[in-house]
Write a protein that binds this ligand. Structure first.
Ligand code: HSE
Length: 300
């Protein structure tokens, strides 16, 4: 058995904790053979457990418990991931979705998509990464009082460039800088921006979507000092004709949405990277110190 789950890019600025897209970097979990103990082979570093403490298996246990089920066997697993860890590309969410699917398959739970999403939101807390990791494409979701509602749709055609800094930022750290409360007037303004963002994404109006993405009032301003690359890359985006630039998830990855027309090469990855690298990115001295890996991704 092999389970593939995509990475995700959440928030899209004003869609904080609610909007996300799946992108084409994958986590793969393979079930090898039965074993005396759970064992996970991976090359994700010494900090990631290879036993039952791994998020994959804590998720599996939580699902079995929630569904009053159990397994008579343990397994040797192999986990490989193209999703950079703690970079705002949904690495944990991809593991959670894989854990739910693993429990579903091994214990023959026949979970519906809605049940899987409900379990994922319970474990993760918010739907913006887990929902697109499960459903693919663009998902706009709301989890309030344990109830999740969502709409999924095709993402408008564009080019996505992920700028992945060479440091980790854990979501829990990135949430510490957020305010505990928003004033009523501010909350109404922030939510009206999110409403227009949603409408523009669903009507494939990326020009307006980009403006709304960059008008976020829920989180990016508070996080700016944690990810100085955002301001610089947004400036570059403006010079380069990007629709919009946002902090992917809790950061530190910064995502640029660019018009497809800027790219005509049959290999968009090469062209995207070299175009950015040879354009305004190079011209500004202050940008020379940016240490980012540029990954060309597509929504899926
Ligand atoms: N929306 C979350 C945050 C990240 O920005 O903190 C992923 O769920």
């Amino acid at each position: 058995m092999k389970i593939n789950v995509p990475a995700t890019s959440a928030n899209l600025g004003a869609g904080f904790d609610s909007i996300g897209i799946a992108v084409n970097l994958y986590l793969t979990v393979e079930v090898l053979e039965e074993s005396n103990d759970w064992k996970i082979d991976h090359d994700l570093g010494n900090n990631i457990p290879t036993d039952e403490k791994n998020l994959l298996l804590t998720t599996l246990s939580a699902v079995l418990k929630a569904k009053n089920s159990s397994l008579s066997a343990k397994y040797h697993l192999k986990m490989t991931s193209e999703v950079p860890l703690a970079r705002g590309l949904g690495s944990s969410s991809s593991v959670i979705i894989a854990g739910i699917e693993l429990a579903n398959q091994l214990a023959k739970l026949n979970l519906t998509t809605e049940e899987k999403l409900e379990l994922a939101c319970e474990i993760e807390g918010h739907p913006d990464n887990v929902a697109p990791a499960l459903l693919g494409n663009l998902v706009i979701a709301s989890t309030v009082a344990d109830k999740t509602n969502y709409v999924s749709s095709d993402f408008p055609s564009c080019k996505l460039l992920a700028f992945v800094p060479d440091y980790e930022l854990k979501t829990v750290e990135s949430r510490k800088v957020l305010p505990k409360e928003l004033a009523y007037k501010e909350a109404v303004a922030a939510s009206s921006i999110a409403n227009v963002l949603t409408a523009s994404l669903l009507t494939k109006n990326l020009k307006v979507a980009g403006q709304m993405i960059e008008s976020d009032r829920f989180h990016e301003n508070y996080r700016a000092s944690l990810v100085p690359e955002l301001k610089i890359l947004r400036e570059i985006g403006h010079e380069f004709g990007a629709y919009g630039t946002y902090l992917s998830g809790a950061g530190p990855t910064v995502m640029l949405l660019l018009p497809l027309l800027l790219y005509t090469s049959p290999n968009p990855r090469d062209l995207g990277e070299s175009s950015i690298a040879s354009s305004p990115y190079r011209k500004k001295k202050s940008h020379d110190t940016l240490k980012v890996k540029i990954i060309s991704v597509t929504y899926r």
